[in-house]
Design a protein around this ligand. Structure first.
Ligand code: NDP
Ligand code: 2IT
Length: 447
């Protein structure tokens, strides 16, 4: 519970200024709670108005996206870019295409991105964007026309040294390709203004795998520091998209057995261990629903109850689908069945109530802004490669990613210890991420 009067007052202002934005308020509340001991010690940062400025995005862009579907009918969607903070580098963060997208979700994601990008140690500010467009069930031609219309407005707000978008839910290699093509055409320049590009036009090796791999590298380091490892463990991975697939792949390489995955319709439980090659075929190539898994694996179970995946006994849970997917009941089920670590691949997948249950029961908890930073870190490496017009080998990028994730774990661990919260990596991540941005904001004056 937040007690510091200055932070309580500021939170009230944020609530008043942002009505009907529960996800944004949730993200701000968590960060403020972690920052209490920092604020007590660092009056200079309060005097510099760092927090008052940090909670207000530098710029928010909202626009109309008209496009024509395959039946010749006009469709209209809404587009967003929240350029939250540029204190330590150009705005950086993904685009999300999902029907649930609204300004609250854009702002929570943009806010989280500030601290996450700071933790990577690379020069990247925080941003997020996207649309309430749903790519599901659309033809490639529809997705292309939508992406072109989206970029026709977006291109004037982004640039390699200004704002560098990437993928997120509903935005993968196909969408980035269409977006890049339209950007290049309108801006009349070939620059690294988007990351997650195809390998033939400036993309980085390992970017596809980076968030999932990075999650496992962070988790591995956290487990090591607590006398544990992936070896021989049973793992649950929620989601079956980009992050989930490569988290499952790396966890398996590190000796775990992944027994369950999910999508928004249900989850599969395969006690023999998930057949990842088949998942990749279903999700990355054929764009089918997860339910189809049982066609090839009739022994696997498919269930549809929401949150049911967390009732499967496991040692480690990796929520990799979406925000607030792990609630209090899910956390209690994990604890009851002997789970010892929850490591977040998605952004803010655990509700505050779930996190409380995990802490009360001594479960190791890896917070998203630290543990899923491997994706954006590798985007940062893609930007470096584009700037020097060179491409690095997979091993080079993977080694750098691995080292960055090890560094992030220790930054969180050290900050938690320094401020008297040893083992609370959530507080450590918020504090370490904040301090770098705060020093830069103080140095740059009231902007
Ligand atoms: P994808 O679109 O590739 O996959 C998303 C997965 O999550 C799908 O299985 C999807 O199921 C499921 N999902 C999405 N929305 C919901 C929902 N409302 N309820 C239940 N399930 C849902 O996205 P990513 O894998 O890229 O992203 C997953 C998470 O990781 C997000 O929180 C994202 O912000 C975060 N992240 C992504 C990074 C990246 O580099 N891509 C980097 C860091 C974080 P269905 O197909 O049924 O919709
Ligand atoms: O949430 C995230 O960090 C991402 N979706 C990746 C952002 C990026 O710029 O690579």
């Amino acid at each position: 519970m937040l007690k510091n009067e200055y932070l309580l007052d500021l939170l009230k202002t944020v609530e008043k200024r942002n009505p009907g934005q529960p996800e944004f308020i949730q993200a701000v509340t968590e960060v403020f709670t972690s920052l209490e001991p920092v604020i007590e010690k660092r009056k200079d940062l309060v005097d510099a108005g760092v927090l008052d400025r940090l909670v207000e995005p530098e710029r928010q862009i909202i626009f109309r996206i008209p496009w024509i579907d395959d039946n010749g009918k006009l469709q209209v969607n809404r587009g967003f870019r929240v350029q939250f903070n540029s204190a330590i580098g150009p705005y950086k963060g993904g685009f999300r295409f999902h029907p649930s997208v609204n300004i609250s979700i854009m702002k929570f994601l943009g806010f989280e991105q500030i601290f996450k990008n700071s933790l990577t140690t690379l020069p990247m500010g925080g941003a997020k964007g996207g649309s309430d467009f749903d790519p599901k069930g659309k033809s490639d031609a529809e997705v292309m026309r939508f992406c072109q219309s989206f970029m026709s407005e977006m291109y004037r707000h982004i640039g390699a040294d200004c704002d560098v978008p990437a993928g997120d839910i509903g935005v993968g290699a196909r969408e980035i390709g269409f977006l890049f093509g339209q950007y290049k055409r309108l801006a009349n320049e070939f620059t690294g203004t988007l990351t997650g590009k195809g390998l033939s036009f400036g993309g980085s090796l390992v970017r596809t795998q980076a968030t999932g791999y990075g999650l496992c590298y962070f988790t591995q380091e956290m487990l090591k520091a607590n006398g544990k490892s992936f070896d021989g463990t049973t793992v649950l991975v929620s989601g079956s998209g980009n992050v989930a697939i490569y988290a499952a792949e790396k966890a398996t390489q590190l000796g775990a057995k992944v027994v369950a995955m999910s999508d928004s319709s249900g989850y599969i439980y395969d006690k023999n261990g998930i057949d990842l090659d088949y998942i990749k075929l279903l999700k990355e190539v054929e764009r089918k629903r997860l339910k189809e898994y049982t066609v090839k694996h009739p022994d696997a179970e498919y269930h549809t109850e929401k949150g049911g995946i967390w009732t499967i006994p496991c040692d480690i849970a990796l929520p990799c689908a979406t925000q607030n997917e792990l609630d209090e009941a899910g956390a209690k089920a994990l604890v009851k069945n002997g789970c010892f670590a929850v490591c977040e691949g998605a952004n803010m997948p655990s509700t505050p109530e779930a996190i409380e249950v995990l802490f009360e029961n001594g479960i190791l908890f890896a917070p998203a802004k630290a543990s899923n930073a491997g994706g954006v870190a590798t985007s940062g490496l893609e930007m470096s490669q584009n700037s020097e017009r060179l491409s690095w080998s997979a091993k080079q990028v993977d080694d750098m990613l691995h080292n960055i994730m090890i560094g992030i774990f220790h930054a969180c661990d050290d900050a938690a210890k320094e401020f008297g919260m040893e083992g609370n990596y959530m507080a450590g991540a918020n504090i370490a991420g904040f301090l770098r941005v705060a020093e830069a904001m103080k140095a740059q004056g009231y902007v």
